[in-house]
Design a binder for this molecule. Structure first.
Ligand code: ATP
Ligand code: MG
Length: 563
């Protein structure tokens, strides 16, 4: 990968790894994994986990696996598996030949469960799900032992085999670990290890009608893959004793395994964003957005379509750091990261989003001048290009006001404004239709006011972007706002009710300078004064290009962080 060099990241997990390496723990190896469940598309929170797991491996000369935790066939699909691989690669990480699936271990996991039964550490329980919950007790009351807890090993082996054989209906019974119903940790009160579930699995088909629980499959998958540091989010802290129990109590039947350490970190929350896959899935299924890759979605595919780059997302993940305490990151920081990158790299072009026709009454009909303008003032090497200038132009509707307030420094009747890289124009006459709407402006231009011309130094307060009408490309421009109008949609009674009705604005009349058609389709641009844009990979066509605004120019993060 390009720029996650071996600079050691500064965070508490790196500190643990550094100590482990010093103590030659795990034979001096670092082996992490990213373990998504293929039940949705990855989001920016997953990016944090990906950058952390792959990043720590890279920084410590270790390796990182990609493993699908595919233990719940009712919600999982191949489409999700494919999208996850695409997204991890796109972020710039490589699992090489280490692609695994928890389902690869189903046979082993079954055998280990049999071994647990033989060791008296697991039993088949015929309580209903409700009864199991009732028997579990609460944080203040101990649980009660299931009446099936004392089943003999022979009976348990027989029942478990028949569970696998399909003799029982879904939910008829479960396999539970025999740990401690009085444990202060509810996860240790004889947790369920296997349930009966007749669902076709996207990889194992109908081979199985029993499936291991995540809390059982996950630690053993880690142990079998020789993971050294099993990094997960905070909500699993309470599961850690069970994680360790599984790893230590299973008889691996002679198979190689190792003892990983689970380390928890705070998940990423972003303002104005929901991050749970369930909610993202609902947004897609209920049609609130145009698919998982809608440019307003916090998914990796949505951010990619919006125009974010892998480097900007990695930069964001670096800056938010890794902590042990939950917090919410301002979405303005994410925007700041891409803005900073594009400010340095994006080609500047002129596009008028809401055009108003301007006719220069003193400019010769039929004349076209090709005026030079810079591609990126931040980067001289980006060079210059030429823009056609002619008698009929478009300017931004909001750059003219008939009756402006005092501080309005753009065009007004009788007033002047400079056209960027071109001339100063003066508004001579306002033309309206029958409805009283302004349809065009008759202006004059000062032929001496071009750069280098005798009046080029003349002081005019406003400078605007423009395009030549005859040469303009008709384009569509899409402006985005936050998907939610509430800063913390998860805390609202219904996140659907705080969907921002103005999160998408479609401008179909926009006019762009012709250079836009010649630049590579994947380019990112700054539309002067309007923000950073890219073509929408789904909707853009050669005959009608569609552009997404990635971010506006206004950096609210820089403001916040200076304050
Ligand atoms: P969700 O609760 O949204 O369904 P999940 O945690 O169940 O998400 P997984 O596919 O199991 O999703 O996640 C894969 C990995 O990504 C896990 O290690 C998980 O801890 C991590 N992860 C998920 N969401 C976040 C987040 N918001 N911030 C950081 N890491 C996350
Ligand atoms: Mg999960």
């Amino acid at each position: 990968m390009d720029n996650a060099e071996s600079v050691l990241p500064v965070n508490f997990i790196q500190n643990i790894i550094t100590q482990d390496l010093k103590a030659s723990k795990n034979n001096g190896k670092v082996h992490t994994r990213f373990p998504p469940e293929p039940n949705g598309y990855l989001h920016i929170g997953h990016a944090k986990s990906i950058c952390l797991n792959f990043g720590l491996a890279l920084a410590n000369k270790g390796i990182c696996n990609l493993r699908f935790d595919d233990t719940n066939p009712s919600k999982e699909e191949v489409e999700f598996v494919d999208s996850i691989m695409e997204d991890v690669r796109w972020l710039g990480f490589d699992w090489e030949d280490r692609l695994y699936y928890a389902s690869d271990y189903f046979e082993q996991l079954y055998q280990y469960a049999v071994n647990l039964i033989k060791a008296g550490k697991a039993y088949v329980c015929s309580l209903t799900a409700d009864e199991i919950r009732e028997y579990r007790g609460t944080l203040t009351e101990p649980g009660r032992e299931s009446p099936y807890r004392s089943r003999t090993m022979e009976e348990n082996l027989d029942l478990f085999e028949r569970m696998r054989g399909g003799e029982f209906a879904d939910g008829h019974c479960v396999l539970r670990a025999k740990i401690d119903m009085a444990s202060p940790n509810l996860n240790m009160r004889d947790p369920v290890l296997y349930r009966i579930l007749r669902e076709t699995h996207h990889r194992t088909g109908d081979d199985w009608c029993i499936y291991p629980m995540y809390d059982y499959a996950h630690p053993l998958s880690d142990a079998l893959e020789n993971i050294t540091h099993s990094i997960c989010t905070l909500e699993f802290a309470d599961h850690r004793p069970l994680y360790d129990w599984c790893i230590e109590n299973v008889d691996y039947s002679g198979e190689a395994w190792s003892r990983p350490q689970q380390i928890e970190f705070a998940r990423l929350n972003l303002t104005y964003t929901v991050m749970s896959k369930r909610k993202l899935r609902e947004l897609v299924e209920k049609g609130f957005v145009d698919g998982w890759d809608d440019p307003r979605m916090p998914t990796i595919s949505g951010l990619r379509r919006r125009g974010y780059t892998p480097a900007s997302i990695r930069d964001f993940c670096d800056r938010i750091g890794v902590a042990r305490r939950d917090s919410t990151v301002d979405i303005a920081l994410l925007e700041h990261c891409i803005r900073e990158e594009l400010n340095a790299n994006a080609t500047r072009v002129m596009t008028v989003l809401q055009p108003l026709k301007v006719i220069l009454e003193n400019y010769p009909e039929g004349q076209v001048e090709w005026l030079e303008t810079e591609n990126n003032p931040e980067n001289e090497a980006a060079g210059k290009r030429k823009m056609p200038f002619s008698r009929e132009l478009y300017i931004e509707r909001e750059d003219f006001m008939e009756d402006p307030p005092k501080k309005f420094f753009r065009l007004r009747p009788g007033g002047e404004m400079r056209l960027k890289s071109a001339y100063i124009i003066k508004c001579e006459q306002v033309i309206k239709n029958d409805a009283g709407e302004i349809t065009e402006l008759i202006c004059s231009y000062d032929p001496d006011s071009r750069s280098g011309g005798p009046t080029s130094g003349r002081k005019v307060k406003g400078t605007a972007h423009w395009v030549s009408a005859a040469h303009a490309l008709d384009v569509e421009v899409r402006l985005y706002g936050n998907l939610f109008s509430s800063e913390n949609p998860d805390e609202e009674e219904s996140y659907e009710r705080v969907l921002n009705p103005d999160s998408l604005e479609i401008l179909t009349e926009a006019k762009a300078e012709p250079a836009l058609a010649e630049l590579p389709a994947a380019s990112k641009y700054q539309f002067l004064r309007q923000g950073y844009f890219c073509q929408d990979s789904k909707l853009s066509r050669p005959e009608k290009m569609v552009f997404n605004r990635i971010v506006s120019l206004r950096d609210t993060w820089a403001k916040v962080s200076r304050a």
